[in-house]
Every structure is written in C-alpha cells, then in structure tokens.
Design a binder for this molecule. Sequence first.
Ligand code: AGP
Length: 594
Amino acid sequence: MCGIVGYFGNKNGAEVVVDGLKRLEYRGYDSWGLAAVGEGKLIKHKQVGKIGGFDLKRDLPKFGGEICIGHTRWATHGGVTETNSHPHFSCDKKIAVVHNGIVENYQELRSDLEKKGHKFVSQTDTEVIAHLIEQTLKITKDKTEAVRQSLKKLQGSYALGIIFEDEKLMIGARKGSPLVLGVGKDQTILGSDVPAFLKYTNKVVFLEEFEMVAISDQIKGGYEIKNVNSGKTVKPKITTIKWDATEAEKGGHPHFMIKEMLEQPQVIEKTIGMGKGELDKAAKMIEKAKRVYVVACGTALHAGMYGSYLLAKINKIMVQPISAGELHHFAPLFKKGDLVICVSQSGETADVLEAVKSAHSAGAKVLALVNVMGSSLMRAADFSLLTKAGPEICVLSTKAYVSQMAMFVMISGALSGKISNAKKVLGIAKKDIEKILSKKSLEKIKKMSKSLAKAQNIYALGRGINYPNALEACLKIKEVSYIHAEGFAGGDLKHGPIALIEKGVPVIIFASDDESEAEIISNAMEVKARGADVIGINYRNNEVFEQYLPIEKNGFYSPIASIVYPQLMAYYIALEKKFDPDKPRNLAKSVTVK
Ligand code: AGP
C-alpha cells in the first residue's frame, strides 16, 4: 500500500506535499518521490529510503511549483530502486503519475504501447498509466477526457495523482484504493488519507469508486468530479472532519506506537459516550439475522474473535469468526437473512471489502465496525459503527483493537438491554489500563523486555475469552520485534505445541476471573514443568508465575486491559533491538491489495 499527496494552489506545493508524505509514511516507506510544475517545467526528485529525515528547504531548496504530486512507496511490482519509485513519466516527460494500487493488465497494455513506440524505464505497473495517457492524447486532445478514456482501460485498482507540464491541471482518480480531496481556501489537496492534509483543511470530499477529479483554475469552483465510466459530472459531498490535526501527529511522543497506546483510556471513554440509537440499530441487525459471521484480518480479526466469545457467553448468540483472506471458501454458503460483521480499522483492507461484495451478492447484510470515516468499508456497509480510536497512524494496531473490543462490549450491552452495565465494565477496564500505563508499570515492562528481547521464541496461552489476546499478543511481538511468537488456546497445548516448550522459553499466560482460570493455571504448570519462564497476567498472583502482571477483576471484560501488557512488551523489545516501532519491515498500515 502506498501514500499519495497532490497539491494545487498558490503556495510552493512541494512544501505541502513533503509534509503530507511524512504523515502518510506509515502507508509505505521503501522509497519516495516528487514531481512539480514550476515556471512551465515539470521537475522531479526521487529517493530510495524513508522520507522522515528529509528537509525540503535544506536538501532541495530550489525544488517547487504551485502544482505538485508526491508518493511514498510500498513495492508491489519491481524492486526498491530509484527508477521504480514514483512518480512515473510519459516518453516526452510532460506527464507525471503517482499511483497506489495494482494495474492487473499492465503487461498487455505495456506490450501494446511498446509496439506503438513507447519506451519504458521501470519494472512497475504504474509507468503504463503515464504512457497510456500520452498515447490517448494523440487522439483525444482534452487532457481530462484523455485520462478518463485511459482509466477505462485499466483493470485492477488505482488511486492516482496526475499532472502535466503544459497545462495547469491536476487529476485524481480512485478505484479500489482510497483517495480524498481536501478543499481549502486557494488550495486543493489530494491525499490517500485525511491526515495528509488535515493541517491545511478539514473540509473533505471522499472520492467514490470510479470517480475522478479535475482540479484547475479554469473550472468553476476550482474542481470538478466526474464518473469515469459515464463521464457525467458528480455533485461533490463535502464532509467536515472532526479530528484535529494534532491527533494525527506524535504530540511530543517518540513514536506513534507509544502515543496511541497511551490514548487507550480516552478511547474507552469515547466509546462509553456513544449514542444508544446506533447501538440499538446494530443490535437489531444481529437479533434479526439467521446466521452471524464476523470477518476481518489481523488484529481486527482477533477483536472479532473476542466479540464472538462475548456474544456467545453473554447473549447466547453464535457468531462465526472467519479470516477475510480465507472467506472465499465459505462465501458461497452466505444466504439472504445472514449478517456479516466486518471489522476494520482502516476500512480499506482489500480482503474485507471483498467480503462485503460476497455478502451483498448473497443477499446478506453487512454491519461494519470501522475507524475511518468515509472509508470504503463505511460506504459499502449497510450500517456502520464508527469506532472511537481516532486516527491510528502506527502500522501496529493497538488503540484500534481496544476500541473494537470496547465496541463489542457496547453491542453486547445493547443486545441484553443493559448498556449501563456495559459502560460500568468499560469504566473498570479504563481504570485498569490507566494503572498498566502508569510510570511504575511502564518501567517494569521496559525492564522485562530487556530479557525478552534475547528470546528466540515467545509463546502465549489463553482460554475462552482470553484466547484472542494470546493471538494478538504474539502478532504485536512478531510484527515489531521480528521474534517468532505464537499464541495458542490452552486446550490445544497438549495436542502438539507443548513439544516447543524448553528451558527458558517465555510463555505469557492470560488468565482472569472467569470459569477458565483453573484450567489455564494448570497449563501454566505444564509449561513451567518443562522449563518455561511463565509470565502470568491475572487478577491475582500464583506461585507458578515467574513474573506477575496484575489486572483488575473484570470477568469477560478483562482482555480489554490485559492486552496492554504485551503491546508494551512488543514496543520495548523493538526499542531494545534498535528497531523503529512505527516502521516495521515489510509491513504497511493498511493492506489495500489482495
Ligand atoms: C495489526 O497490528 C496489523 N497491522 C494488521 O494485522 C492489521 O490489523 C490488519 O491488516 C487489518 O487492518 P484493518 O483493521 O485496517 O482492516
């Protein structure tokens, strides 16, 4: 997944674009690049590596122009080289393109264009778009129309920024990858995500699927949105974003990861403050459904699993969790009257968006738990509950996970007509998290992580409502410290995984005051007997724990707080290993390609 920024206005667009790319760096950081039109010349700059330390005034003082596009890359086609970094250009170098997505038919288009004499310099799919527009312009003189005709030939997904040397015009377009328009005074800014330009304007137009926008002084109002297929003009819907720009910045913290973990108590607070109406609507969708599924990826799937345990335990409702990447094996069984709950922080995960299509084609309904307003999932679902995490920039999902679990608690409360009880238990969770995030507790985890950083393998065990946390804890650790970590259900231990236990291996035990406590403690004894270093998370200590991490008594709601311990472990292990927690290798914030 990559990040795109485009500026059209009366300032040096490169300043705004570089600032925006730095805010989108979580979307991809293999390489980055700029193209700008200043004094009638199209100029470019490309660089392998992260944009974080780049300073435009210091490093490229002469670079700029009132029209500028930029891109941070997460490589899909072609290695991480300067040539393959975006922007990409037409033969005559008068058209520049930045792209997030995949052109699935790029080979066929490329060979056809090569036969017409086009010379390619990169191995990317994106470069085809610049040459295709150049070729189309030979027949269709109007640039916006030539772009529209070219887009109709692309298969796959795109979010695009396109500029031209010989006309003051910037074009954006989206299909399958997010693209938003910031409409400010005397400036219009394209971005893959709102944080790219929130500092400049909070008035946003979320481009819909198959929409393109032409931005020019020659257009009344400064921009015009069209449907790519029909060519018809579309009336823009301007949304005012409630987030303030500082929320999408580090606010003095060394990393987004720690900042966002520290925000988790407020996230719960905001969830507690939700309106009853929307919760009741979601509850009715669940009550009416013949069968209920929860579909998500990664951390969001773990939150969905938590929700399935909660609704089974409290509301006696069966919710089948399915990984969105595996859904196509089960989607043919969806039926009219079913409900698919899609959980996603970004609302742009390709496999989850596929799940929505599968559900709708079977006549099933979709309820979304999504964190980004205006995201593709939010617009595609039949009804959405906006989770209260606020902008989550770090590639690792932490506060979003807690917000998703808290949302399931509120839904469960609405289903049992006891929202007040849901608010009470979330209040306990909030206080518990505040204790875990106290200075003394942070110091303790930081110290523990020094030895954990030396581990080759780390395991986690949980039963019932605590099982999803065992998986989530290990996902956090492996994502950011690159240590092999694996979570198991306590009941699975003796069916194989116990063979992995050897002297000194750390095993995190998730326990709480529920019916599984005794069984998970006996699992702890089994692994300790084989030499494991047991780290116990529970409301009370136990002699089997080498190290004990306390949580409050909160029954089925304990996992909302207990996950914070391994989140912190993952963060401090990464620091101990001198890794950047905000830019883990090979990962991107949102997986918008399948
Ligand atoms: C979580 O730390 C990971 N970054 C990843 O597993 C993530 O949860 C997953 O890609 C789903 O993303 P989404 O919530 O935006 O759909």
